[in-house]
Design a protein around this ligand. Structure first.
Ligand SMILES: Cc1ncc(COP(=O)(O)O)c(C=O)c1O
Length: 398
C-alpha cells in the first residue's frame, strides 16, 4: 500500500559533506555554519538579523522575553494569541509569566481573525502573536493597523511558514520579531532548531544574550576573544565574558544543525515550488468533493508554502470515521491544531471553547495531511482517489 506521510526527509550530498566538514573542523559551538545559515535565512526573509537556536519554541520564548524586558512589561500582562494553534505558541506566554488571551480563528483561512482582535484588548494587553499556520501568512495589514493604534508589539510565530510573502513582504519581517522552526516535518529541516528574526539591532543582541544564559553581549561566541588588537580590549573581554546581565536560558544550537541548514538553503526554492504545485493540484483534484470538504484558500495577495494541506469536514460528517479510513489506506493525518481542548489547557483555563466558535469548529472537524516535496503525481492521484471513494457512498446529514 502507498504511504502518504506528513513529512519528508532527504539528506542531500551537500548536507552530508557539510556535516562531515563541521566534524572535521572539530567545532560544535557556533561557528561558520551557524553564522552562514543565519545570514542566508535572514536575507531570504528580508531581515537584518537571524539568530539560530535549538527549537522554534526556544526562539519564541527568547523573543517574547526580549520584548518583555525591553518594554518593561509586568508579570501578568496580556498577550493575544489565536485559539487555534500549536500549543507552543501559547505555552511560551505562560513560560514568560504573561497571560495568554485567546482570539478566535478566521473560519476561511484558519489564522487569527483580525476582526476578533480588538474586543480582547484591555489596558494590560502588550502584544499580539499572529501565527502563520500551515504555510500561509496571517492577514497582516489589519493586524498591524490595530497594533499601531493600540500600541501593541507584534511577535510573528512563523514556525510553520517560510519563504512566503504577504503583499511583497516576507513572513518574519512584518513584526518586531519573528520565530521559525526547523524541526522534523517542517519546511526547511535541521532535525531540531529554530530561528529568531528581527530588524532591530537591540532586540537581536538581547535575543542572543537570552539564548546564552543572559550573558554579556561582549562575548557570545568563543571567537569573540580572538584577534583582539590590544591588551585593553582583551582585558575588557576577560572582565565581562563571564558576566550575566539578565535572566537567560541555554538554548543554543550546534554546528551540525547549522551545516544541515546551510545545505537546505540551496534547495529551498525547488522545495517550496513543489509544495505550492502539490497544494494547487490537490485543491484542484478535491474540488469535486467540496460538498463534503472545505479546502485551503489562499489569502488574496499572499503566498502559501503548504507545510501541510489542511482539510475541514463539513458539519455533521464524522471526522473520526473518515480519519480511520484515511489512516487504514496509508494516509497519515493530524487533527487541525486543537488548543483549548487540550487536557492541560482545559484544566488551566476551564471550558472556554464555546467562546471561540470558529476555532472549535475547525479543530473539531479539521485535519491535515502531507503536501511535501516528496509527493509525486501518483501520490496526489492516490489521495484524490482514496478521498473520492469514501464520499462516493456518503450522504450529507440533513
Ligand atoms: C505554530 C507553531 N509554533 C511553534 C512550534 C514549535 O516549534 P518546535 O517544535 O521547533 O519547538 C511549532 C511546531 O512544531 C508550531 O507549529
Amino acid at each position: 500500500m502507498r504511504r502518504i506521510e506528513l513529512g519528508f526527509l532527504q539528506i542531500s550530498d551537500t548536507a552530508k559533506a557539510n556535516v562531515a566538514e563541521a566534524l572535521n573542523n572539530n567545532r560544535l559551538s557556533t561557528g561558520k555554519f551557524i553564522q552562514e545559515f543565519e545570514r542566508l535565512f535572514a536575507a531570504a526573509h528580508g531581515c537584518k538579523h537571524a539568530i539560530f537556536c535549538n527549537s522554534g519554541t526556544s526562539a519564541l520564548q527568547i523573543a517574547l522575553a526580549a520584548l518583555k524586558e525591553k518594554y518593561n512589561w509586568a508579570d501578568g500582562d496580556e498577550v493575544l494569541v489565536p485559539a487555534l494553534t500549536f500549543i507552543a505558541s501559547s505555552n511560551i506566554i505562560l513560560q514568560n509569566n504573561l497571560k495568554p488571551v485567546f482570539v478566535d480563528a478566521d473560519p476561511v483561512y484558519y489564522n487569527i481573525d483580525p476582526l476578533q482582535i480588538e474586543r480582547h484588548i484591555t489596558p494590560r494587553t502588550r502584544a499580539i502573536i499572529p501565527v502563520h499556520l500551515f504555510g500561509q501568512s496571517c492577514d497582516m495589514d489589519p493586524i498591524r493597523a490595530i497594533a499601531k493604534k493600540r500600541n501593541l508589539k507584534i511577535l510573528e510565530d512563523s514556525c510553520e511558514t517560510m519563504f512566503a510573502r504577504y503583499k511583497n513582504e516576507w513572513v518574519g519581517s512584518m513584526g518586531d520579531l519573528a520565530c521559525f522552526s526547523t524541526y522534523v516535518a517542517h519546511l526547511l529541516v535541521t532535525g531540531v532548531g529554530g530561528l529568531v528574526t528581527t530588524n532591530s539591532d537591540e532586540l537581536a543582541l538581547m535575543s542572543r544574550s537570552i539564548m546564552a544564559h543572559g550573558r554579556d553581549s561582549i562575548y557570545l561566541t568563543i571567537d569573540d576573544d580572538d584577534n583582539l588588537k590590544d591588551n585593553q580590549a582583551l582585558r575588557r573581554i576577560i572582565e565581562r565574558r563571564f558576566s550575566f546581565v539578565r535572566m537567560g536560558y541555554s538554548f543554543r544550537g550546534t554546528e551540525l544543525e547549522g551545516a544541515l541548514g546551510v545545505a537546505a538553503m540551496q534547495s529551498k526554492d525547488a522545495m517550496i515550488a513543489r509544495r505550492r504545485e502539490n497544494g494547487r493540484i490537490l485543491t484542484e483534484k478535491l474540488k469535486s468533493l467540496e460538498e463534503y470538504l472545505q479546502l485551503p484558500k489562499i489569502l488574496p495577495g499572499a503566498e502559501h508554502s503548504f507545510m501541510m494541506f489542511p482539510v475541514v469536514l463539513k458539519p455533521g460528517l464524522d471526522r473520526g470515521a473518515f480519519l480511520d479510513y484515511l489512516e487504514t489506506n496509508g494516509i497519515e493525518t493530524r487533527y487541525l491544531m486543537p488548543l483549548l481542548s487540550q487536557p492541560y489547557y482545559r484544566e488551566r483555563f476551564g471550558p472556554i471553547e464555546n467562546d471561540y466558535p470558529a476555532a472549535k469548529h475547525l479543530s473539531g472537524q479539521g485535519f491535515y495531511i502531507g503536501c511535501h516535496q516528496g509527493l509525486k503525481t501518483e501520490d496526489l492521484d492516490y489521495i484524490a482517489h482514496v478521498f473520492a471513494e469514501y464520499f462516493r457512498h456518503a450522504k450529507l446529514p440533513a
